[in-house]
Design a protein around this ligand. Structure first.
Ligand code: ASP
Length: 358
């Protein structure tokens, strides 16, 4: 791991922000095989920030950069990656006023969601960002995203894991990547913005942030994800014609400990008792099964369709209006906790960090 102090070296440790660089397009260089993670990022970032106006530079907090080794394209991230970043923030927590995580965009929302569960009760900002173009590319969004993330990471009022991207501040556990090319690649389909950049102002909407009663005292939950990092929590989106044997092939495997189902609309699935039987069998074996919608907006409600009652009886938990990223990382997080199955089920249905409707 590299650590290099940048800008205003006179600032005390507790006034600084820690930037954790994990890889992703933001720091990539062209290679013979295409874009690949690049090194020397702290120097490159400092150089880029020096091209900002004097006024903008004066608004930046002092910061230090740590690069995780190896740097990865975030498509290679696993729950162990989430655990590693969570553990690093927890270990350095007392030393910094806030944190920026620079991450590939492909699985950025998974990491942001997982960090929210691991770092419950945050009393300072953790801002996750990345870029659609490398830092040195013409018209790159990287510098603006890094600058905005640093500004929000120095906020005294932001007290949760957020994603900053293309001028908008989103609740991390409500964020999704919604565009594969445009600079405005992230959205928060079921929750309003936590803040946004308006010209040179970085505005927050405090009434949308996690309130003190919702947040509670810092109570980091840093359980090991080692036994859940190789696909033990699966994700299955319905398609017309899905059959019980296919569900059984996945859920019947002894290695699978939980699964996220993506149902149609408000919580519908084909009217096939064999499908429900597979789900009931898996739940009966103690597997943690939850459901959200294939629709990016809205909520699943098991009471809307007759099929929903069957899901409830089978033991499938409603993910309400959670994003798939928030629901899947929550399943991993709860399965990693040394708690009884009934507690896991109760906690899944309870908003822990503003990830779902109550
Ligand atoms: N494949 C890259 C990654 O997720 C995409 C990006 O960063 O935008 O690491």
């Amino acid at each position: 791991m590299n650590r290099a102090p940048r800008l205003r070296d006179d600032a005390h440790r507790g006034e600084r922000v820690l930037v954790i660089y994990t890889g992703g397009t933001i720091g990539m260089h062209a290679s013979a095989a295409g874009l690949a993670p690049g090194s020397g990022f702290e120097t490159r970032l400092a150089r880029a920030l020096e091209t900002l106006s004097i006024n903008q530079q004066s608004q930046l907090p002092a910061f230090e950069v740590e690069s995780l080794e190896p740097l990865i394209d975030s498509s290679a991230a696993t729950p162990l990656t989430w655990q590693r970043i969570g553990a690093l923030i927890a270990e350095r927590f007392a030393d910094y006023r806030g944190f920026v995580v620079l991450h590939g965009t492909d699985t950025l929302s998974f990491t942001a969601s997982s960090l929210a569960y691991q770092l419950q009760g945050l009393d300072r900002p953790v801002v996750v960002t990345g870029a659609m173009q490398p830092l040195e590319a013409p018209n790159s969004d990287a510098l603006a995203n890094a600058y905005g993330a640093l500004r929000y990471a120095a906020s005294a009022t932001l007290k949760e894991v957020a994603v900053y991207f293309a001028g908008t501040l989103l609740r991390g556990v409500r964020s999704v990547k919604q565009h594969s090319e445009a600079p405005k690649a992230f959205d928060s389909p079921n929750y309003p913005l936590l803040g946004e950049r308006v010209d040179e102002d970085f505005i927050e909407y405090p009434s949308r942030g996690l309130g003190r009663s919702q947040r509670g005292a810092p109570r980091f939950e840093l359980a090991s994800y080692a036994t859940l990092a190789q696909g033990e929590v699966a994700r299955i989106a319905l398609w017309p014609g899905i059959s019980a044997w296919q569900l059984e092939a996945l859920l019947g495997d002894a290695r699978v400990k939980g699964a996220l189902l993506q149902l149609w609309g408000a919580g519908n699935l084909p009217d096939d008792p064999a499908l429900l039987a597979v789900l009931a069998k898996a739940c009966g074996e103690g597997k943690l099964l939850a459901a959200v919608s294939t629709c990016p907006q809205g909520s699943v409600r098991f009471s809307t369709y007759a099929a929903g009652a069957g899901l409830f009886d089978a033991g499938v938990l409603s993910g309400a209006d959670m994003t798939p990223e928030a629901a899947l990382t929550k399943l991993v997080h709860l399965l990693a906790q040394p708690i009884a199955e009934a507690d896991r089920r109760r906690r899944f249905l309870t908003p822990l960090v503003g990830e779902r409707q109550g």
